[in-house]
Every structure is written in C-alpha cells, then in structure tokens.
Design a protein around this ligand. Structure first.
Ligand SMILES: Cc1cc2nc3c(=O)[nH]c(=O)nc-3n(C[C@H](O)[C@H](O)[C@H](O)COP(=O)(O)OP(=O)(O)OC[C@H]3O[C@@H](n4cnc5c(N)ncnc54)[C@H](O)[C@@H]3O)c2cc1C
Length: 470
C-alpha cells in the first residue's frame, strides 16, 4: 500500500473539486485523482457555458419551487429523494461556491440564467473557454484545495475500486504506465459520465455512436460506471443524455460546436427525415429531439425545416443566435422560394415534405397540435406556421453533451446496490450518476447544478456533516 487518505475522489471537475474542498474544509485529508494532465486539464466543467440552474429555473428560487420545476421538466421521472436533496441543498451549495471566490453573475433575464459563472463565455460559434467561467472556477477550487492541505493529482487515472467485505476501501490507479493502490475510508466517483466511450454509448444510448456528435470534452469515458458496476452498484435512468440539435457539418467543422445549436429554429418549425416525415414532438425541447434522433436506425437522417419568419424571429435569440452564426461559420442551410425546390436541394422527398408542412400548418392554425402524428405540443415551444418564403432546411445531427443515466445513489450521494442497500465507503456525484433527469421527455435538470449540489452533499456526507446546515 503506497499511500492513504481519509477520502479519495475520482475526477477533478466541479463535482469532485466541490466535494474535495468541502471535506477538506471540514478537516478530512483528501486526494483528488484527475486523469487529465496539466493545470488546465480538459473536462466538461471547464468548457461549459456556465449557467447554474435547477430544471431551467432560478437556483435561488427556494426548495418548493425547485421541486415543482424538477417534477415538471422530468414529468415525475426524477427520483423524489434526489429531487428533494437537490432542492434542499442547491442554494447552500451556491452560497458555498461564492465563498470560495468563484464569481457568479446574472446572465440574462431568463430564470435559467440568473446565476452564471463569470467571466461569461464569449458570444459566438465554436468553443471558447480559456479564462472564462468554468476554467476560472476550477482554478479557484484547485487553489483552495491546496491551501486546505488537499492534493490534486493530475495525470492519474483510477482503474478499479479496492473492495473488502463488501465495502470500498480504496482505489487502484494508473499513472505513467505504473499501477498503485491508494487506501481510503471513503471514495467518491465523480468522473463525469460515459459520453466519451463509444461502446457504452452503443450499449445504452444509440445504436450508432459514430453517427452522433460528441458535443463534450470527451473525458467522461465511463471508468466510474464500470468500476461501480464491478463493485455491485445499480444503475438508474440509463439511456438518455443532455444535448442539442446541431448542424450535421459540426461532425467535421469545429466552428459549429458546441454552438450554435438549431434548437431555436426547430422550436417554431419541424424536424423531418428524408421521406419528409416528422418523427417526434418538436415542442418538447431540443434535448428531446436530439434524444429521439440518436435512437433512430439512422441518426443522421434528419432535417430542421422552417420559414423566413421563424429564421428572423426565433433563430436570432440571444445569447448564441443560430441566425447568423450557422451560415457565417459554414453550416449548410438550404433556402428556396418554394417547398418542392427546397426538398430537391436538401434531398428530401417532395410530396412527403409538402404533405407534412400542410398538416403542420393546418394543426398550428387551429391550435390542434395534439391531433398530429406524432403530436406537437405547444406549452414549452409554440409552433409557428411555415408559410413565408424563403423556406429553409438544415441537415442536423444529435449533439451529446453528457449522459444523464448512471450510477444509482441516494440523497446523501451514497452508491446503491440493486434493491436499495448502500455500498459502504462508496459515493458518486455529478454527471456519472443517474435518476435525476432524462426519462420519456428527456427532462433536463442542469448539469452544473447537479454537479455542484451533489458534490457539496457528498463532501458533507463523507465528512459526517449536515449539508443544509452548512
Ligand atoms: C459545451 C458545454 C456547455 C455546457 N454548459 C452548461 C451550462 O451552461 N449549464 C449547466 O448546468 N451545464 C452545462 N454543461 C454541463 C456541465 O458542464 C456538466 O454537467 C458538469 O460540468 C459535470 O461536472 P462533473 O464534475 O460531473 O464532470 P466533469 O466536469 O466532466 O469532470 C470529470 C473529471 O473526471 C476526470 N476523470 C474521468 N475519468 C477519470 C478516471 N478514471 N480517473 C481520474 N479522473 C477521471 C475527467 O478527466 C474530468 O476532469 C455544459 C457542458 C458542455 C460540454
């Protein structure tokens, strides 16, 4: 046995560094293992946009409001115990994050943008993160951890949990080709999910992972899920992901991911396949449309279709407007004065597209979206008529930001077995956990809010403290 600590944490993203700092603040010795190398190791927390919300609502709205928001966006799919833990601890966790020296500002007027990591990400296409909110936050948390006597070991990848008598008592790690063991009273898995692993994506999320866009850092490789499964953990909420609908050109043009997305034009228009047929309820959200696309036989057979009014009204929406960023950065947008010319340019069946648009317009004008097959809901995103030329069609791909299913935990971030008993000594937090979000309508409850709050809960629980009272 080469080394030991009270607590070992797998992953130095927001969930891991929050738990580490909280536990160190409460007097525990902590080692964080981070597979990435260098001070600015890449991960989703570092490259994120930085809006911290709960289910698209204000994270400071209070527990009752947050509970309602989580139930509404997931249609009751979120486990009540996780929903309650999130709602009751999110505000305290955000206050704690501010106290660490992380600057949080108001983003926009939207409820989901009331808390944003600063400085904000630049407005524009592609990925800009250096010196921005997520990058600065992780640097602040790393400095704080060092000041508290904790260690952040970069370039060290956790490979296997050390189990004794059914309890987790350490981690086997790999660093520079050598394998060693670190003993711990408690281990937290916070490795960020499995969106960066093709085989796990194929197993749980899409039959064709090579036909979706990895709209993420690629560092969540499912190590945590595999280690937890080997230790007897249960999974929760498998199958879904948080993501967006993106230009198909983003598969080869880095300027087109993670922004702009095509969510806003599809909020008013339709999504069709090459037969011109709709295949999902566009009114639910871009996250939902991306999930449905990913599960189809050919995830790449999809086009967002809309008209000039939608392009001028919805697609210009702040902060990262698809109009004009999509075309400016080389994304394909077919435009034509009539539907048959548009169908010809895009390679969509002409009669199929004309019939689908006519049905969409008739149902939209009559407020009868529910009569369509598949139905078109309007409580979140109101459909618009597709009637004002030029008409547009953009070939699209499902962009996967992070997997929403994962390791099953309880409200104290303790890892559960099938049947509900806990695995002693083992905790998990952040995007590697499941049961918070996803489900039949792909409800999104907020990746940063989840990582921060459950990292905070885990730090408290591992140090034996009461989270809400902190
Ligand atoms: C482009 C983009 C924009 C986003 N914008 C927002 C937003 O505005 N609001 C929001 O709420 N969410 C947003 N998200 C999602 C959010 O960033 C994540 O949900 C959150 O940061 C996840 O935190 P985490 O700590 O669980 O995982 P991560 O930040 O991914 O950290 C996990 C860490 O674990 C490390 N690791 C993995 N395997 C091992 C191993 N075996 N051993 C050691 N270390 C390992 C990884 O290298 C990584 O550093 C965005 C994501 C992306 C990609």
């Amino acid at each position: 046995m080469s080394e030991s600590a009270d607590i070992v944490i797998v992953g130095g993203g927001l969930a891991g560094l929050t738990a580490a700092n909280r536990a160190a603040e409460l007097g525990r010795s902590v080692i964080v293992l981070e597979a990435g190398e260098g001070e600015d190791y890449y991960c989703n927390s570092r490259i994120c946009m930085g809006f911290i919300n709960v289910a698209m609502g204000d994270i400071e709205a209070g527990p009752d409001s947050m509970r309602r928001s989580v139930d509404a966006v997931t249609r009751g799919f979120a486990k009540p115990e996780l929903r309650d833990a999130l709602a009751e601890n999110a505000q305290a966790a955000l206050r704690w994050l501010r106290r660490q020296g992380v600057t949080i500002i108001k983003g926009t007027w939207r409820p989901s943008n009331q808390a944003m990591l600063a400085p904000p990400s630049a407005i524009g296409a592609g990925l800009t993160w250096r010196g921005r909110g997520g990058d600065r936050m992780l640097r602040v948390l790393a400095v704080q951890l060092k000041a508290r006597g904790g260690a952040l070991r970069r370039g060290v990848r956790a490979r296997e949990l050390v189990m004794r008598d059914g309890a987790c008592v350490g981690v086997f790690v790999e660093s520079a080709g050598a394998r060693s063991e670190i003993a711990a009273r408690e281990v937290l898995i916070a490795d960020g999910g499995f969106q960066g692993d093709m085989e796990l994506l194929r197993q749980y999320v899409t039959p064709h992972p090579e036909r979706v866009l990895l709209r993420n850092a690629g560092t969540g490789r499912g190590d945590g899920l595999r280690m937890a499964l080997a230790a007897g953990a249960a999974t929760a909420g498998m199958g879904g992901f948080y993501g967006h609908v993106q230009s198909r050109d983003a598969l080869t043009n880095p300027k087109l991911w993670p922004y702009p997305t095509l969510d806003m034009p599809l909020s008013g228009g339709i999504v069709v396949d090459s037969r011109g047929q709709r295949f999902c309820d566009e009114g639910l959200s871009g996250v939902h449309v991306a999930n449905v696309m990913a599960k189809r036989d050919d995830p790449l057979d999809a086009f967002v279709v809309f008209d000039h009014a939608i392009w001028m009204q919805r697609a210009i929406e702040f902060p990262l407007p698809c109009n004009p960023l999509l075309v400016r950065h080389g994304g394909t947008l077919h435009a034509a004065r009539d539907i048959s010319a548009l169908a010809g340019m895009a390679g969509i069946d002409t009669a199929g597209l004309a019939t689908t648009i006519a049905a969409h317009n008739e149902a939209t004008a009559a407020g009868q979206g529910a009569s369509l097959s598949p139905p078109r809901s309007s409580h979140a995103w109101k459909p618009m008529l597709i009637r004002e030329p030029p008409f547009y069609a953009a070939p699209v791909v499902a962009g996967v930001t992070y997997t929403t299913g994962g390791i099953a935990i309880d409200g104290s971030a303790r890892v559960l077995r099938e049947g509900g008993s806990i695995i002693r000594g083992l905790y998990a937090a952040g995007s590697c956990t499941g049961g918070h979000e996803g489900g039949p309508v792909s409800g999104y409850t907020g990746g940063l809010g989840k990582a921060l709050t459950f990292g905070f809960i885990a730090g408290n629980a591992m140090a034996g403290a009461n989270a809400v009272a902190a």
